[in-house]
Design a binder for this molecule. Structure first.
Ligand SMILES: Nc1ncnc2c1ncn2[C@@H]1O[C@H](COP(=O)(O)OP(=O)(O)OP(=O)(O)O)[C@@H](O)[C@H]1O
Ligand SMILES: [Mg+2]
Length: 262
């Protein structure tokens, strides 16, 4: 095995994702999501909008995936279907042994409540509740949650527990939103343009929080962005154009968020 191969292996191990090593072989981690022939058509009066035109996709346990594509390419639609917020027109999505595309509303509600953490561009915090209380809103209905203070500590906000959203910067508010998303110990963290409303310096702090959750908790993570520079922190980058996946790249060397620049 050459130096390059060792280095690659090291990167994989350090990345925390990865590939399990059995009998000296590299095995891919288990598949958590599998989408086949996924389409989504929105009927808008006389017009049909083909948001997804046939997506085949696998996501692996513990990986951090960045979804890149132009505005209107279908990124949010895909994420919302994976997260049980929207339903497909045709095709299938399996999440572990559950067929999301055949789930009842009740099953989808449970799936969203217990398995999925969402982070959106706008933080959607409740203005009249403190950081800790905003996180507690979710932990109170979860099965085996962390303490809100612990979730806030993971995102570096242990000193802001009793601040109201208006007393927090944009980046801090987004980190409260991440704490809220992870406090229920979700298997999956889905982030739709989490840095879209932030300057680059603040965006990097938010990405560090997401990367830490992925690395330390092993939460399978998908991050939508317009920003191609963010792709270098991913294990894999999935490119969408016009409702189709056009390319999937694997990063052999992931950058940590503080190495990113835009
Ligand atoms: N609820 C909806 N009703 C009707 N059309 C929709 C709806 N949601 C999305 N679309 C359309 O589907 C297409 C894909 O939208 P989507 O929001 O998935 O794109 P996106 O890649 O997330 O774009 P952006 O980067 O601007 O957020 C767009 O043409 C959009 O107008
Ligand atoms: Mg979008």
């Amino acid at each position: 095995m050459g130096l390059l191969a060792f280095r690659h292996l090291d990167d994989i191990l350090l990345s925390g994702v990865g590939m399990n090593i059995r009998d000296g072989e590299l095995a891919t981690p288990p598949v958590v999501f599998e989408a086949r022939g996924l389409t989504k058509i929105y009927h808008m009066g006389e017009v049909d909008v083909h948001a997804l035109r046939g997506i085949d996709l696998q996501l692996f346990e513990g990986e951090l995936v960045v979804l890149l594509g132009a505005s209107g390419s279908g990124k949010s639609t895909l994420l919302n279907i994976l997260g049980g917020l929207d339903t497909a027109t045709t095709g299938s999505v399996h999440y572990q042994d559950q067929v999301l595309t055949q789930a009842t509303d009740h099953e989808l509600t449970d799936y969203r409540r217990f398995q999925v953490g969402f982070v959106f561009q706008f933080y959607n915090l409740i203005p009249s509740l403190t950081a800790r209380e905003n996180v507690a809103v979710v932990t109170e209905i979860a099965k085996d949650p962390m303490q809100p203070a612990q979730a806030l500590q993971i995102v570096g906000l242990e000193d802001r527990l009793d601040h109201f959203p208006a007393q927090l910067s944009g980046g801090e508010q987004q980190r409260v939103a991440i704490a809220r998303a992870i406090a229920k110990n979700p298997d999956v963290l889905l982030c739709d343009e989490p840095t879209g409303a932030l300057d680059s310096e603040t965006g990097i702090v938010v990405l560090e929080a997401i990367e830490r959750v992925n690395r330390e908790l092993g939460t399978t993570t998908v991050v939508i962005t317009h920003n191609a520079d963010i792709a270098s922190m991913a294990d894999r980058v999935i490119y969408l154009a016009d409702g189709l996946i056009t390319e999937v790249l694997t990063n052999t060397h992931k950058k940590s968020p503080h190495e990113l620049q835009w």
